[in-house]
Design a protein around this ligand. Structure first.
Ligand SMILES: [Zn+2]
Length: 220
């Protein structure tokens, strides 16, 4: 199996002496009383898109699902091993999160693989192919109803993928019920890696626009 990576040991050492010390009491309380995150973020596996860092959240604040291309599959009533669906169910039913944020991002490799391979998407990989096929209705919707017509095709499908995932979330009966009860809100967002810009989707127009970061006292 080889040695545990030295870079991770060094990173852990820094974590123990810095972040763990800063949040020691929080960690101890979280261990005793459990987690009560209010927000579920569904993000991509991409190493450049880190929800805790982007939203500056500490331990216990975010429940995070990361998968290829930040996708939510439609509700499927079979006996398959649905990792993303299981995590959504746990977040909504047990943790009772108040918000779900689907977080897309620029230069998404999963979205690009779908675009490049088109009808041959099944050949992309044994698991990746069928997974990114979740984007198929998003691509069709984009062709029929480009919410933002003059958008670059890659960006357009990244946005459309977020919209599709939000739509698929509502096919889960417990998600729809929580929305109707007023206890759950869904949100679309998109992150630009290079500029650090965050765009949020307007729930009515479904158009993404940049969040104006507020002035923050860096010393606090
Ligand atoms: Zn991605």
């Amino acid at each position: 199996m080889g040695a545990f990576p030295e870079s991770l040991v060094q990173g852990f050492s820094r974590y123990r002496s810095r972040m763990y010390q800063d949040f020691k009491e929080d960690y101890e309380n979280l261990a005793i009383y459990g987690q009560k995150p209010k927000v579920l973020v569904i993000s991509c596996c991409d190493s450049r898109v880190t929800p805790e860092a982007i939203f500056n959240c500490g331990p216990g604040e975010l429940f995070v699902i990361r998968n290829v291309a930040n996708l939510v599959p439609p509700f499927e009533n079979d006996l398959g091993t649905h990792g993303t669906s299981a995590a959504i169910e746990y977040a909504v039913q047990s943790l009772k999160v108040e918000h779900i944020v689907v977080l897309g991002h620029c230069k998404c490799g999963g979205v690009q693989a779908f675009r490049v391979n088109g009808g041959k998407v099944d050949e992309v990989g044994q698991f990746v192919g069928p997974w990114i096929k979740i984007l198929e209705p998003a691509a069709i919707a984009l062709a029929c109803d480009p919410v933002e017509p003059n958008t670059d095709p890659q960006l357009g499908l990244e946005y459309a993928g977020v919209r599709q995932s939000l739509k698929n979330l509502r096919t889960f009966p417990f998600v729809e019920e929580a929305i109707n009860n007023g206890t759950l809100n869904l949100h679309g967002a998109w992150f630009d890696i290079g500029s650090g810009e965050l765009r949020v989707m307007d729930p009515e127009t479904r158009i993404f626009s940049a969040v104006q970061a507020q002035e923050v006292d860096a010393s606090v």
